[in-house]
Every structure is written in C-alpha cells, then in structure tokens.
Design a protein around this ligand. Structure first.
Ligand SMILES: *Cc1c(COP(=O)(O)O)cnc(C)c1O
Length: 419
C-alpha cells in the first residue's frame, strides 16, 4: 500500500499534485511519501513484535537520504551500513551508535577504527582475516568490539543472480563448514566480543522457503557453536524480503515472514536482528519523468523520457521491472518501448509494454522506485545528479538538490602540464 493515488485526474503524492513538484523542481525527480515510509516501517516492526527480543537495522544502502533516515530513526530503527559514509549518515540522522551494524566484505582499517570510536553496536565479520584485524585495532585502542560472524549458508535465494549473496560462489561470509572453527578462534581472541552469527542470502526474495532453509541451517550451526562452549546471544537474519513491482504480484507479507521466523527460532534464546531495506523503502518513492518525445520505430513507438539509467539503474543492472504510469492518465493506452536519452542500449525501461498513452511533454512516473533508486544514481553522459523530494501531507520539500553538470565540472582540474 502506498500514498500515490490519482485524485481529480491527477496523480498525487499524499495531498500534493505531482505537476506542482515538476513545475518547481523540474524532472527527473524522485518523490517520497513520508506517510508510506512510516507505514511500512510500522507494519514491519509490528509484525516482528511477536518475537521476544528484536533489533531492526534498516539497510541504509537501499535509501540513504538523510530525511528518510530521520523518519526511520524516529520509528526506532537502527541502521545496517556497508561503508564509513553510510555510518556517518546514520549517525547524522540521529540513529543510536548502539543500533548500528557494520556489514560488508571490505571494511578498511580506518572504517573499523571510526566504528569502534563511535561505539557502533556490531561488526558483521565476513572473514577470519577481518576479525583478527578488527581485534587488533580494538585492542590497540583499549576497546572491545562486538561482532557477529557472517556465514554463507549456500542456499539458493531464487532471485536475480546479481542480487544473490548466499551461495557458496558468492563473496559474502565464511564457508558454512568452516564457520564453527572460525567462530571459536575469534571468540578466544582478545579485543573481540563474539556474540553471534549473521546471514543475508539475497534481495528481492519472492518466497519464504529459501529464508527458512537458511535460518534453519544457521540455527544448527548456532547449536554446534554453543556445544563447543561459546556463547551466542545475537542472531542477525539479514534482509531480503521482496516487494511487488508489477501491479497484482503477490509477495510474502511481513506477518507471514514473522510467523516463519517465530517458528524456526522458537528455542534459540537470542536477540534477533533484522536488516530490511527494500521492504521498507521500495514503495515509498516514485521517479517522476517527462516525455521528451515519442519516436516512431520499426516496431512499437519509442517513448523517450528525460529519466535514464543513470537516474534509475535497476532495469539496466538487473532487468528490473518498474510500473510506468501517466501523471494525468486519459484512460487510453498503447503498446510502446520506454527508453532514456543515454547512449547505451541498456538505457531501456520497458519493451513492448502496454502503458498509459503519453505524448511529448507529459509527466509520468516509474513506481516502486524508493529502494535502490536515487542511491545508485550517477552523472553518466554528464547528466545532472537527480534530486529527491519528500512529501508530508500537504507539505513537501527538496531533500536532495539536483547537482548540475557545472558543479561537477567545477570539481575537475586541468593540470599544469596541459596548460
Ligand atoms: C543489501 C543488504 C540488506 C538489505 O537487503 P534488502 O533486500 O533491501 O532487504 C541487508 N543486509 C545486507 C548485509 C545487505 O547487503
């Protein structure tokens, strides 16, 4: 459910007509609905409230906008971060250091040091090497770093290959059959407080079965580690719950996910940690664009829009589908291809799709663009960096400026040897 609806013939974000935003800010532009964000955050949190002890760390990489993080901080969310930059954002948004989890295979010494200094709650270690480095850094600072060991459960998440993370051939975590021994060695290393295991098998999962299989497997590992005499007090189950991108698709609901987790973890006796990203922010945003022109082709007409793969990379990266809708639909439809202006054939949003009839100058949106949208934007083809707007009832504000090519050009230098 979201708060992007047609009212009096015009698509609104909550109480704001989208053409108002287009007129002031221009296009392309991401538009977020605060009410939708809050709703998703609450539905997920409330669903998990059937579990005894829960910590939720929002996957910042899905939408790192400061205003978005502020809303989630107010809802009691912590943060799952994968870089020093994301950690600083989470702290700037007022998230408690204790609620921050640092994931990722390539944490640098500087990032680990800064994390310890800031007092973040947990490092999710992706290797024994990383654990030993973290221990050394913490010990040299006279501190103890809390950590979990990320395990690769070798389970097929059944999602797109480029967003699968829990198969043996993926770079993430330590191999399942070596995890207990690594955990034991790290638990005996001064400077580290090994408190649990972590996993995350992939993103945009459409079924709960792979998650259930992975949780069950890692639960067995937890028991083996305990039998070896080491404590496990925290289990981080990652993120990955998918969202429908096509109208009518059915995905697991947070309540079904929570019921599955409750069943699998009933006798675990731990604090359960979660790292949802897309399920919180996906429906929170749309990317609004304007039709530049409609070009006749050999087959279907080409609807050329002013948004491109640099603004919304998912279709080019993962063949992802985003529903497309006119801001002022006439009720008429046609079959068309939707493309951006970038000089790459991968700058294609849809082929041979039945869409609202649009023509030159019309506004339209790509839906479900709140996760892995603006955060992946870049300036390829010397295009501006896309701005972001947040709507709250009748109010709205720009929450990230459009960065124009002149500003980017101004950061470049011609060296003396070329003068
Ligand atoms: C990307 C990521 C997430 C969030 O994934 P979603 O599919 O957006 O829920 C959570 N944890 C880790 C470690 C990740 O890399």
């Amino acid at each position: 459910m979201d708060h992007f609806e047609v009212s009096n013939g015009v698509l609104h974000a909550e109480d704001v007509a989208l053409p108002v935003i287009a007129a002031e800010v221009g296009t392309p532009v991401y538009v977020y609905s605060r009410a939708t964000l809050t709703r998703h955050a609450r539905v997920f949190r409330d669903a998990l409230s059937i579990l005894p002890a829960v910590k939720i760390a929002f996957a910042v990489k899905s939408n790192p906008n400061l205003a978005v993080l502020k809303v989630l901080a107010a809802e009691g969310y912590g943060a799952d971060v994968v870089s020093g930059g994301e950690m600083e954002r989470a702290l700037a948004a007022g998230m408690k250091p204790d609620g921050i989890v640092f994931s990722g295979v390539g944490k640098t010494e500087a990032e680990m040091r800064r994390g310890i200094e800031a007092g973040i709650g947990q490092f999710n270690l992706e290797s024994e090497e990383e654990g030993l480095e973290l221990a050394e850094i913490a010990a040299s600072m006279g501190k103890v770093a809390s950590a979990a060991l990320r395990v690769n459960p070798d389970v097929d998440a059944g999602t797109h290959g480029k967003i699968s993370t829990g198969k043996a051939e993926n770079k993430f975590g330590v191999p399942f059959d070596r995890a207990a021994a690594i955990y034991a060695r790290l638990a005996d290393t001064p400077g580290l407080n090994m408190r649990g295991l972590a996993l995350h098998i992939g993103s945009q999962l459409s079924k709960l079965d792979p998650l259930e299989a992975a949780f069950t497997k890692v639960g067995g590992l937890m028991r083996a580690i305990r039998e070896g005499g080491h404590a496990v007090t925290h289990m981080d189950l990652g993120g990955g719950v998918g969202v429908p991108y096509k109208a009518g698709e059915v995905f697991p609901q947070p309540a079904e996910y929570a019921a599955m987790v409750a069943k699998v973890t009933a006798d675990w006796g731990v604090t359960l940690m979660f790292e949802p990203g897309r399920v919180i922010t996906g429906n929170t945003g749309v990317l609004m664009t304007q039709v530049v022109r409609v070009k006749e082709g050999a087959g279907h007409p080409w609807v050329v829009v002013d948004a491109a793969m640099n603004d919304l990379a998912r279709p080019a990266l993962y063949d992802a589908w985003h529903d497309f809708a006119a801001v002022e639909p006439t009720g008429e439809t046609f079959v068309a291809n939707i493309v951006g202006p970038i000089c790459e054939s991968s700058d294609t949003f849809a082929m041979a799709r039945t869409i609202d009839k649009v023509g030159r100058g019309d506004l339209a949106v790509f839906r479900t663009a709140g996760a892995y949208g603006a955060t992946m934007a870049n300036t390829y083809n010397s295009r501006p960096l896309v701005p972001e707007v947040m709507v709250d009832g009748e109010k709205w504000a720009v929450v990230a400026d459009r960065i124009d090519p002149a500003t980017i050009l101004a950061a470049e230098r011609v060296p003396d040897f070329l003068k």
